[in-house]
Design a protein around this ligand. Sequence first.
Ligand code: MV4
Length: 449
Amino acid sequence: MFDKILIANRGEIALRVIRACREMGIASVAVHSTADADAMHVRMADESICIGPPPSSESYLSIPAIIAACEVTGAQAIHPGYGFLSENAGFVQVIEDHGLTFIGPTAEHIRIMGDKITAKETMIDLGVPCVPGSEGGVPDLATAQKLGEEMGYPVIIKATAGGGGRGMKVAQTAADMESAFMTARAEGKAAFGNDEVYIEKYLQRPRHIEIQVFGDGKGNAVHLGERDCSLQRRHQKVFEEAPGPAISAEERAEIGRVCADAVARINYIGAGTIEFLYEDGQFYFIEMNTRLQVEHPVTEAIFGVDLVREQIRVASGLPMSFAQDDLEINGHAIEVRINAETFPGFAPHPGKITAYHAPGGLGVRMDSALYQGYSIPPYYDSLIGKLIVHGRDRREALARLHRSLGELIVDGVETTVPLFHALMAEKDIHTGEYNIHWLERWLEREFES
Ligand code: MV4
């Protein structure tokens, strides 16, 4: 086992990793930009080291600065958290070249899943159900038009290097194909330097269901059920829950087995998420994320496992501490993401926290790096906290969410808490009847009229 781990991240996820390290008796090293000298992750870690100026490109994304921080502090392994360098295959390569350990998948698995065409081809070979569409890349407009006619409209054109909704265009009819194809290609080129695109049948009202998987890198893997993350705004998730309100135990067992078998067969190591669109009782693979996700706590709550501890275990060569048969769902969990943003404008609102009180009590977890007197810097993501509630069933989890939102105090900046108070009054949230378009349509109806 490692003696010392460096956390190449900031905010609540850095605290999350430090906490796992401390429970495992592992020393932690925080890295920070000059803008984060007073940040909670710096205070909470055993050691800290400044790695550069405020812009992420010169600090949290600086591979040389992070490697140097490992050498100076004697850290043997790096946990990347989410975002920043967490899905950067080149970073993993450099870490290994320096005799250090990346707490996450191999560079090869990150590379395969980072290219959506390769990811989809791999999943098809592994027997994972995918959205019907082109076999690999579509080289030109004529081929795209021919495919559109064969598949039937609407179709969606996606950049292979895309993700998070970038480089993606819907063609409702043949008349839209030329502009959709050209725009998706141009966006892929501009944003990722890669103009390769592929085509899929466009699903009109799916849910976003993602399966948590975990492998030991030696051909063993498990699944930890699904999360329903359909409530999104501009491809940013705001509310996530597990289990999914629309998924039966039989569906979970079946898609879970397919996913666990798939990652076992590629000797996947660590935490991964296989994303699906779910419509009319069918799962359609869209992407795989090779990192620990923001919303992992809802899975931890219902399975009673510590996913970061498991990541550290398998990265050090130890076996996973559970097998599939040990994993049983207990109750229901919901996470809401609290951002320092105006509502309903969703404009970033950094500033000084004049008062902070985290909710507590049975079934309540608040993952946040806030403290009274802290100044949220303007340089980074606006996520300032995740409120995770756990109940015996969905009704209890929702009641607990409502109750704990009422206890939360964040003064000094605007937050997205009013969004969740408003959602608590919606029937569809209580019945669980929502899809990937629900939130944006509701925001438009309620706040833009
Ligand atoms: C789709 C789709 C409909 N049909 N693919 C958006 C982000 C990227 N991860 C995949 N996305 C979508 N792919 C097909 N074939 C609709 C979306 C989509 C979406 C997916 C998940 C959550 C929110 C979304 C919002 C808009 C569009």
